[in-house]
Design a protein around this ligand. Structure first.
Ligand SMILES: [Zn+2]
Length: 283
């Protein structure tokens, strides 16, 4: 005999409501296809379309998602500090978002779909607006994400370990007031020279920034040849040219990007992280 409880009723309702939202029947599959086709034809930039797609799939790197993936970030929203930074919070519930919507021709959207996730919210909005309205909706959501963190400085450094045949990479991400918002220490199983190691560290730093969903990046390292190569002041024909090429490609996803050289003394904490990677993570 099956057991029945309030909890299992709740569970059933949850399952039903999820089925209602993401059904796999062909009709709904067709509706989803039509929705995406519609989004792809909106007169908005590809950047905003890509944001809309990621947001609907819930793969935007909000702090709550980064935290779930064990990235050591602070959970609170930067704008209001009153709530955990989720996507729906940033683009709908946060006081900053509320002000933006209230001043827009779409003030009604904040009253729609209370408790919904982003995709459910979009589906409700889509029923109530025309093509231009949906374009404006996504553009405003895109503008509200990420929250106004401003320019972040990413420091990188590398350490080589001949005995371990490995490279240690250290990366520290600071917001404009200097507060550390994320850090990374990683050991790569490569035996390369110091310049190549610095190039690997720079590439890791940029990939980390992209993973964190940051927009305005100021990259800083103590290897003059790598910083020069980034600025295309030197022809990158060296052994690390292909590593930097990939990193430059990734850096194009940021809204703004610049890099500068810092003396070793100013990059000490990052250097320690790079050394730590070799010693602490050794097998
Ligand atoms: Zn907020």
């Amino acid at each position: 005999m099956g057991r029945f409880s309030v909890r299992s009723t709740y569970h059933l309702q949850m399952i039903r409501s999820r089925i209602g939202t993401y059904p796999e029947s062909s009709n709904i599959g067709e509706a989803k296809r039509r929705f995406w086709k519609g989004v792809w034809h909106l007169k908005i930039s590809n950047k905003i379309k890509a944001f809309a797609w990621k947001a609907c799939l819930n793969i935007i790197p909000t702090r709550d998602r980064l935290w779930q993936r064990r990235v050591p970030v602070e959970l609170g929203c930067d704008c209001c500090d009153a709530a955990v930074e989720t996507l729906v919070h940033c683009v709908k519930e946060c006081e900053v978002a509320q002000q933006v919507w209230a001043a827009s021709p779409m003030a009604f959207v904040t009253d729609v779909g209370v408790g919904y996730d982003f995709y459910q919210w979009v589906i409700e909005i889509e029923k109530q607006v025309d093509e231009a309205g949906l374009g404006l909706f996504f553009a405003l959501c895109w503008g509200l994400w990420p929250p106004s963190v401003g320019v972040v400085k990413i420091n990188f450094d590398a350490a080589t370990f001949a005995d371990l045949e490995a490279v240690g990479v250290g990366v520290i991400v600071r917001e404009s007031h200097g507060k550390v918002i994320a850090a990374m220490s990683e050991r790569l199983p490569h035996w390369v020279d110091a310049d190549c190691a610095e190039a690997l560290a720079a590439a890791s730093a940029i990939a980390f920034g992209a993973e964190l969903g940051l927009s305005h990046i100021h990259l800083e390292g103590d290897s003059l040849s790598i910083i020069k190569a980034f600025r295309c002041e030197d022809q990158v024909l060296s052994c690390y040219g292909h590593i930097l090429q990939g990193a430059v490609c990734t850096s194009r996803c940021f809204t703004s990007f610049c890099c500068s050289h810092v003396l070793r003394g100013g990059n000490k904490a990052t250097h320690e992280l790079a050394r730590l990677a070799g010693h602490m993570l050794g097998k």
